[in-house]
Design a protein around this ligand. Sequence first.
Ligand SMILES: [Zn+2]
Length: 220
Amino acid sequence: MATPAPTAMIRTQVDLPLRFADGYATDARVFTFDGLVDGREHLAFALGDRTAPCQARGRRTAPLIRPHSECLTGDVFGSQRCDCGPQLREAVERIADAGGYLLYLRQEGRGIGLYSKLEAYALQDTGVDTYEANVALGHGEDERSYVAAAQMLHALGASRVALLSNNPDKARQLRGWGVSVVEQVPTGVHVSDANIRYLETKVRRGEHALDLALVTSRTR
Ligand SMILES: [Zn+2]
């Protein structure tokens, strides 16, 4: 049953040329919002030609979107404990190719915050998995909400989307907030020695549709 997400409005928009550490560059238009229910400063990056998404290929008829949850350690510092950095880099290029939006959501550590995430890492070093560690710290296994993501999509006029994600909870929640997910597009798998246990746990506990046998070559 879909509940309409509360209305948010575009607050400002500005061009932002992007260049990544590996030299990949693309132009983005970044949007901020008024009225997001959690009061956080989430961003939407419009990438590629989102007015005519993939029509040249005659396939996708809705913009490709990805809600990416902030991961300071992975996104900025290249931490090998997770796959967030390569996931973000892949998403930007694939969305720029297809036309759509990357939603950068300020919900670190599956919603528990940066300090708690690092405490959960310390616990994981004693043998518990990433979900058990969150629970041991008094948090839910995954506290992320995608209501703000839905609000942003509605404000952008993108209420019908192709979703770039392996996480069934994102599709479930977005649909619940009135976003029509017409297609779910899997991301690549970015495995390293340091994150293999984390990825296996996401598959086992989080129902992520990752095929760990299909290791892509995108990992550094
Ligand atoms: Zn991460």
